[in-house]
Design a protein around this ligand. Structure first.
Ligand code: SF4
Length: 432
């Protein structure tokens, strides 16, 4: 593992480790990748073998707290190629993309290492015995695992993979060996809703606390589904039924374990059902926020905190526009009213429907520049704010390749990527 950067004041700096040095092993164990590095940091006395930039070998003994980081950033994670997906899920978003988009968008990863490091969901259908052993031996957790259904045959159908039968077996084996997992059910109308949903949640709860939580999210269906398994979007009635099932389980589970509601519906499910979102506290530690569970509640809570703390600041702009999708529109409208009331700013909220992917795609993060430029008509706004999630991380381009500059040229005023953190967004709107 080649050192890229050393944090000032860190253990690594104290030991005179520098960029370009190579960390060969810890306690005599060669490092395959970043996960090995984290694993070997468990001890409070460790021995590093390093090849310095000038080619000399050095051994450094370190005393530290168990798991204390050394303050090293490496040139890469040592993973090499990401492990690709071997499924053909009936609802796969990648398979529902139109042709001629950026190549990176068509990449289908299913990599347990990224699940551990980044919280991405994996299916375990491509896991080798060697990798399963490694997860158990190195106690790699939490992992984020897609389950979708308890019934093996149905899971095989949903994953489009005969190997999907082993997913539940592996989950059970991991829980028996102390691995923690967060799980998800992507709900497809008529396939894994109703009594199937009930059975899947019950079976997952039998594995609590190894299985720590379940998120239930509706499948996202674009208009590009030719030759795909026939599916229709989760209806309002089905979403309502799912929430009633989930909320009944939440009461039962919380009463029985005294710690957690265990199963949660995504914000999108509530919005689809036309039901009020649960209060902030009901999301506990927001373990499934990356899955859209509690995202709205967290955002509004942060925005409230900012408004309370910064109420005496002056606005940076007098007239602004928020640009958002169908799901978030009512919540941003409520926030806009508060901003007008507290800071005297004039805020227009512009609703953009997703004609690129189809009207059933309602989340702001999947808006394209083309739809924004076609649908947003500027009034007196001095600036526009659009969710940062519409842009790929560390990139300036939206899904259709449109950039922030394209939006500015079309709208004639500065456009900003709005933070997904409500506190930061309010700060962006106010003077220092
Ligand atoms: S696991 Fe399923 S949804 Fe995820 S990329 Fe593979 S086919 Fe698509």
């Amino acid at each position: 593992m080649v050192v890229k950067q050393v944090d000032p004041g860190s253990i690594a700096e104290e030991c005179e480790i520098s960029p370009g040095d190579v960390l060969l092993s810890i306690d005599g164990h060669a490092l395959r990748d970043y996960i090995d590095y984290i694993y070997e940091l468990a001890g409070d006395e460790i021995l590093l073998s390093i090849r310095k930039k000038d080619g000399t070998l050095e051994e450094i003994e370190i005393e530290k707290e168990p798991y204390e980081e050394l303050g090293i950033t490496f040139e890469n994670d040592g993973f090499g190629r990401k492990i690709s997906c071997r499924n053909r899920c009936v609802f796969c978003f990648v398979d529902q993309l139109p042709k001629h988009m950026r190549r990176t968008l068509y990449v289908k990863d299913d990599d347990w290492r990224m699940s551990f490091l980044m919280g991405s969901y994996v299916t375990l259908t491509n896991l080798s015995e060697e990798e399963a052993e490694r997860i158990i031996e190195q106690k790699i957790s939490p992992l984020y695992v897609s389950v979708h259904a308890y019934d093996d045959d149905l899971r095989k159908l949903l994953f489009g993979n005969e190997d999907a039968g082993k997913t539940f077996e592996l989950i059970r084996r991991f829980t028996e060996n102390g691995i923690r997992m967060h799980t998800q059910i992507v709900m497809c109308e008529g396939l894994n809703d109703g009594s199937v949903l009930r059975e899947t949640i019950e079976e997952l709860y039998c594995l609590y606390p190894g299985v720590q939580s379940v998120a239930v999210v509706p499948a996202g269906l674009t208009k590009y589904r030719e030759k795909r398994y026939p599916l229709s979007a989760v209806s309002k009635e089905t979403a309502k039924e799912a929430i009633n099932i989930i909320e009944a389980f939440q009461k039962q589970f919380l009463a029985s374990n005294g710690e957690t509601r265990f199963v949660f519906a995504s914000d999108e499910m509530y919005i689809r059902a036309g039901m009020e979102l649960p209060p902030y506290e009901a999301y506990e530690d927001f373990a499934q926020i990356e899955n859209g569970v509690g995202l709205v509640g967290m955002f509004l809570h942060e925005a409230d905190e900012a408004i309370e703390a910064l109420w005496d600041k002056k606005p940076r702009f007098q007239k602004i526009g928020f640009i958002t999708g169908v799901d978030f529109y009512p919540f941003l409208t409520g926030l806009a009213e508060r901003l007008e009331h507290v800071f005297g700013m004039h805020v227009n909220v512009h609703l953009v429907e997703n004609s690129f992917f189809g009207e059933t795609i309602t989340v702001a993060g999947l808006l394209t520049g083309g739809d924004v430029m076609d649908q947003v008509k500027r009034g007196e706004e001095e600036a526009f704010f659009l969710s940062r999630s519409c842009f790929k991380e560390n990139e300036n381009a939206m899904l259709d390749g449109a950039t922030l500059e394209d939006l500015e040229n079309a709208l004639g005023v500065p456009c900003y990527k709005a933070s997904g953190d409500g506190y930061e967004l309010i700060q962006m709107l106010l003077e220092e």
